[in-house]
Design a protein around this ligand. Structure first.
Ligand code: AP5
Ligand code: ZN
Length: 216
């Protein structure tokens, strides 16, 4: 199954992605995670991306497209994949269409998670992530039972550098300007399903599974 998760910062893409890839047994490709990994490792790519991410801006299209193109060529993607946070501009979407055409593999669905703008900042600012296993929590909506430690592996929880109110607000602005045109782009391709993301995590997941149906 070839899927894309679309939605503003804090919509719940990463949270739902974890459950989707487990159920459908496909790799999770998050461009944000790839950049954060490279920043942590101190690579050239990480150095290039950090300045944009800290300001809540998009990393240039040509940098992102090359990474995703390379990733999709890896063998574990032949049976499908879940793209989370890519594409984010029409240029990226057009580039992806070309890559997929060369791979002979069309997209199955684009899952658009809709959440009211008013709650996105609170969601992102309250997010905590496990340093060891990457599990995502929220101080209010999805707290770890072990407080400042991960309840899955005991690792330390941290807050992302770009999860402060000012940067999240900028990221939402950038999303509205650069990424919302993709809703129409994929709607025209008849790939789009829209999910109400302003409900409990498991309810959102059930809706996603239902929307994917059994024919895929
Ligand atoms: P990226 O890492 O992709 O961040 P994002 O799109 O801003 O999305 P988030 O990770 O903030 O939110 P999410 O939707 O995954 O929410 P989550 O599930 O964690 O990108 C970061 C940066 O990298 C960009 O700003 C850009 O600079 C760069 N970048 C990445 N991709 C790029 C690209 N393609 N092109 C150019 N630049 C790129 O949930 C959020 C919180 O809410 C969590 O605490 C969670 O526990 C909680 N929560 C989740 N669901 C619910 C629910 N239903 N109810 C209550 N709480 C919930
Ligand atoms: Zn953990």
């Amino acid at each position: 199954m070839r899927l894309i998760l679309l939605g503003p910062p804090g919509a719940g893409k990463g949270t739902q992605a974890a459950a989707i890839v487990e159920k459908y047994n496909i790799p999770h490709i998050s461009t944000g995670d790839i950049f954060r990994y490279n920043i942590k490792q101190g690579t050239e790519l990480g150095k290039k991306a950090k300045g944009y991410m800290d300001q809540g801006l998009l990393v240039p299209d040509e940098v992102v497209v090359e990474i995703v193109e390379d990733r999709l060529k890896q063998e574990d993607c032949t049976g499908g994949f879940l793209l989370d946070g890519f594409p984010r501009t029409v240029v990226q979407a057009e580039a992806l269409d070309k890559v997929l055409a060369n791979m002979d593999g069309a997209l199955d669905r684009v899952i658009n998670i809709e959440v009211d703008k008013g709650i996105l900042v609170e969601r992102a600012v309250g997010r905590r992530i496990c340093r060891e296993c990457g599990a995502t929590f929220h101080v209010k909506y999805n707290p770890s039972t072990k407080g400042e430690n991960c309840d899955q592996c005991g690792g330390n929880l941290y807050q992302r550098d770009d999860d402060n109110e000012e940067t999240v607000t900028k990221r939402i602005e950038v999303y509205l300007k650069e990424t919302t045109p993709l809703i129409e782009y994929y709607s025209k391709q008849d790939k789009l399903v829209t999910i109400d993301g302003d409900r409990r995590i498991n309810e959102v997941f059930e809706d996603i599974v239902t929307s994917l149906g059994s024919e895929l």
